[in-house]
Write a protein that binds this ligand. Structure first.
Ligand code: ADP
Ligand code: ZN
Length: 740
């Protein structure tokens, strides 16, 4: 019998399947099957490589080696079907999608992979039997206080990790060594699961009595069949509580649950709510885990110790069996769409899975994706809609004011704080209530221009203006990370009238220190959150040390629930309207509504102030009223008229490479290949025409993509692959987040 194996080696040709003999003593369906992990010798490599069995056949036309070792099952047949579906649907190799199904960072020697051991200490059997006989007399032969403390502690606690023992008994390895020499205690190795919340003490919470509205939602969900549901509920309307009780129902029926939350809000706040309700049966998967932690969470799921998986989009592929519900919180969030291969949309994959398992899919948001809301209200996908229009009694929606920055300027106010925002910040500082300030640009000055000739300082590698960072005193490129010394003389005309324009979070921080010297402020953006637990540390500090102002970019807008925040200020709402994307209004509306929703979540009523140069944009008007419906009705008309999603799909092909002539040539090839099947726009340089010294040309294709079209697109992409220049890379995606 021959096994067909995909070899997980960088040396193996990606989409090729290799044949290996099944060793004696193995029977398909018993101790070997599709989805099993194996070790195989590959090419002339010394080390064995990991492979995954994806099929069997009687004979092979090649003279093939035998599998060196059969390991465990890595994924089941359902998942394998899903991986195949994804490879076709997202135009990539099967090995790309299979990689999602297996824990990362696994090395060849499977037995030793990443299992971590820790030293534990316990009393010896001899000592224990001695005390039993001699009634503790032995203990008194010990003179050292520290040694006595250790013994007493071990008598109570049996065995314990050495590190914790040192802490609680104020001892150290020498103390233990002395006791070991007397044959009183011994240490041993114990496997540890690197649990990301090992050191967390959370109070258990009980379920709340649901409001009538919440019960209607919970009771309206059919657990026995596939159906999809959209819970559209304003911020603070009790959606999370519904998820918790939904999961409880599923767990009680013996099934398991998957919950997706946006990567950015996988902060302790959300996870604590699940942890305090369900305890250790939850597993958490997100990109900031170390490979070791991820591996261990993966194992806790496989061992069935964890029954609820909470994670970012890739948590869909966790090795959890018998799934009873999939929940996607903040379903509008752009992090559900992967921008790397495989470029999947977790909502579509979740739909596929829910159908496969015949279980409910529950989406929730205060500001649903226009596409999702369209589906829910037009019933094209049999999606059921629930609306929660009010906050849980006790909290009310914040008052939102819009301030026209043009008028501020006309009145001679050149600071970043409008009159109104200044007054409100003052008020909060006096009342000891907290403030969140939001600006979607990091750095100090966001562009640097020569006033004589208009030259803008750009990155040498990218077609991107550089940002001045005061903390580093450097100009930085936010695309490739390149740095430059600050410029005082124009590189183009030699003039000395270089000016630093635009405002980033660092400048705001400096302004706060100047204008409100009495206030304490903490900044949260990409630059302050590079270390592993930085988000958590900053947010805890803000809450626990009662810092007056939390200032930050997008990452402060979601999921956080601070009782004492009663004022939210949006310093410049325009930055997302001018992004040159058909979703600009939608993104603006979502952002403003979410950030305003951070205000007044406790008993005190909240306020939000939105500063803008474009107060007449409908996304800003409707966000002020917190009126999703009105926003949606206007937006969907625009989409229909201009043939944008959901009425059409936009395929974006970006051809990338170092040689501009080849890139233009290849862009034309794409154009010609697709032209015979779809409406294609002529090739153009991409809006950002160079990144990291690579030229970029873009071809846009508009069509309502059907299942049949997927085959045609795959065919087109294969033809292109055969005819393109060797070094050209193609990024192809349907409805990508980033159109640039
Ligand atoms: P959302 O997820 O829609 O933002 P949450 O579930 O976080 O809303 O609820 C908002 C607040 O109301 C939370 O503090 C939560 O504990 C509380 N809450 C939710 N449901 C209830 C309920 N049925 N009774 C009392 N308080 C509730
Ligand atoms: Zn750059």
């Amino acid at each position: 019998m021959i096994a067909e194996v995909i070899v997980n080696s960088s040396a193996a040709e990606l989409n090729r399947v290799f044949d290996y003999k099944v060793p004696d003593g193995y029977t398909i369906g018993q101790n070997i099957d599709i989805g099993y992990r194996v070790l195989v010798s590959f090419a002339n490599y010394k080390n064995l490589e990991i492979g995954y069995i994806i099929g069997f056949k009687e004979t092979s036309e090649f003279k093939c080696k035998a599998i060196s070792r059969v390991c465990d099952r890595a994924f089941d047949l359902d998942k394998y079907e899903l991986a195949k579906w994804m490879a076709r649907r997202y135009f990539c190799n099967l090995s790309d999608t299979l990689r999602l199904l297996v824990p990362p960072g696994t090395k060849t020697d499977i037995d030793k992979v990443k299992i971590k051991y820790e030293r534990w200490v316990r009393l010896t059997k001899e000592y224990l039997s001695n005390i039993n006989q001699e009634n503790e007399t032995k203990k008194f032969t010990i003179r050292s206080e520290k040694q006595k403390r250790v013994i007493e502690f071990l008598l109570d606690n049996k065995e314990i990790p050495a590190g914790i023992l040192y802490d609680v008994t104020d001892s150290n390895s020498q103390v233990i060594k002395a006791l070991e020499d007397k044959n009183i205690c011994e240490s041993f190795e114990m496997e540890v699961l690197r649990n990301p919340f090992l050191n967390k003490v959370v109070k258990r919470t009980e379920k709340l009595e649901l409001t009538k509205k919440q019960s209607e939602v919970l009771n309206g969900i059919d657990f026995t069949n596939y159906n999809s549901y959209l819970i559209h509920g304003v911020t603070g309307s009790g959606k999370t509580e519904i998820y918790l009780q939904l999961i409880e129902k599923v767990i009680n029926s013996g099934k398991n649950a998957i919950v997706l939350v946006p990567e950015i809000s996988l902060t302790p706040q959300i996870t604590n709510r699940f942890l305090s309700r369900f305890g250790r049966i939850i597993a958490i998967l997100h990109s900031k885990l170390s490979n070791g932690e991820r591996f261990d969470e993966w194992r806790r799921i496989q061992n069935k110790e964890a029954r609820i998986v909470i994670g970012a989009r890739s948590a869909l592929f966790a090795p959890i069996s018998n799934v009873g519900v999939i929940i996607i919180d903040e379903e509008h969030d752009s992090s559900y769409k992967s921008e790397n291969t495989p470029k999947y949309d977790a909502r579509d994959v979740a739909t596929k899975m829910a159908k496969l398992y015949n279980i409910p899919l529950v989406l929730g948001s205060a500001t649903p994706d226009v596409r999702t809301y369209y589906e829910a209200t037009n019933n094209t996908q049999n999606m059921k809609l629930f609306e929660l229009k009010e906050r849980i009694p006790g909290a009310v929606m914040p008052d939102v004011k819009v301030v026209d920055l043009r008028k501020e300027l006309a009145n001679g106010n050149k600071t970043v704080f409008s009159e109104e925002l200044y007054k409100e910040i003052k008020k909060n500082l006096e009342n000891k209530e907290q403030i969140i300030l939001f600006l979607n640009r990091r750095g100090y000055s966001t562009f640097i221009m020569c006033r004589d000739c208009g030259y803008v300082i750009k990155c040498d590698n990218c077609d991107v203006a550089m940002t001045y960072h005061i903390t580093k005193n450097k100009l930085m490129c936010h695309y490739c990370g390149a740095e430059k010394k600050p410029v005082q003389i124009c590189p183009s005309c030699g003039g000395e009238n270089i000016r630093y324009f635009g405002t980033g979070t660092q400048k705001i921080e400096a302004q706060i220190n100047k204008v409100f010297p009495e206030a304490s402020v903490i900044r949260m953006d990409v630059d302050t959150t590079t270390t592993k637990n930085a988000h958590e540390i900053i947010l805890n500090k803000f809450r626990d040390e009662k810092i007056d102002i939390l200032l930050g970019t997008q990452m402060i807008t979601k999921g956080h629930d601070f009782e004492n925040v009663t004022l939210v200020g949006v310093l410049a709402a325009d930055s997302s309207i001018n992004i040159g994307d058909y979703r600009a209004q939608e993104r603006t509306f979502q952002l403003l509504t979410q950030v305003a929703g951070r205000s007044g979540r406790g008993e005190k009523k909240g306020r939000a102030i939105i500063q803008t140069y474009m107060p007449d944009e409908f996304s800003i008007i409707t966000a002020q009223k917190q009126d999703y419906k009105r926003f949606y009705e206007q937006e969907i008309k625009v989409r229909e008229k201009l043939k944008y999603p959901p009425f059409c799909d936009i395929m974006v092909a970006v051809v990338v490479g170092k040689k501009e002539a080849e890139i233009i040539d290849d862009a034309n090839k794409i154009y010609n290949i697709f032209k015979s099947h779809f409406d294609v726009f002529a090739p153009m340089p991409a809006p950002i025409s160079k990144i990291n010294d690579n030229y970029r040309w873009r071809v846009l294709i508009k069509a309502k993509v059907t299942d049949n079209d997927i085959d045609i697109i795959n065919y087109c992409l294969e033809s292109f692959e055969k005819s393109k220049h060797k070094d050209t890379k193609l990024n192809f995606d349907i409805n990508p987040n980033n159109m640039m």
